[in-house]
Unconditional design. Sequence first.
Length: 144
Amino acid sequence: MVIFLAVVSACGQKSRSKESIIESITSQGDTLLKKTTLKFVAVEHDFGQVKEGEKVAHTFEVMNTGKTGLLIQNVSPSCGCTTPKYDKKPILPGKKGMIEVVFDTKGRPGKQRKSILVVTNTEPPNTVLYFTCEVITAEKTVRL
C-alpha cells in the first residue's frame, strides 16, 4: 500500500513538474511558445526576364508587428533550384528581418513561378512567398 501511494504521489509530481516547466518557460517569454504577428513588405517578387544560367536573388523584408520575439522556424522553397537564407535569431518587436532567396535559372527555361513556405511563431504559422520570372535561353536572346 505504501509503495502504491509513493508511485501515485510521484506521478502527480511529475505532471505538475511538466506544467510548472511550461509555465516557467512561458513567463520568461520563450519565443517558441508565445505567438506574435508579422507583416511582409511584399509577399511576391517578379524578376522579369533573366538569362538562363544566371543566379538571381531577392530579399523579402518582414516586420515583427507583435509584442514578443518573432522566430522564423523554417523556410522551405518549392524546389531545389531555390536557396533561402534567413535570420535564425528572434526578431524583436518593431524590428525587421530578412529572408533572402537565390534562384538558379540553369536548366529552367520559360516562365517560372516558385513558392517559399515560411513557418513562424504566429497564428496562422505559415506564410507563402512567391517569385516569378521568365528565363530566356540563348536561342531566344539571339531572336530578340
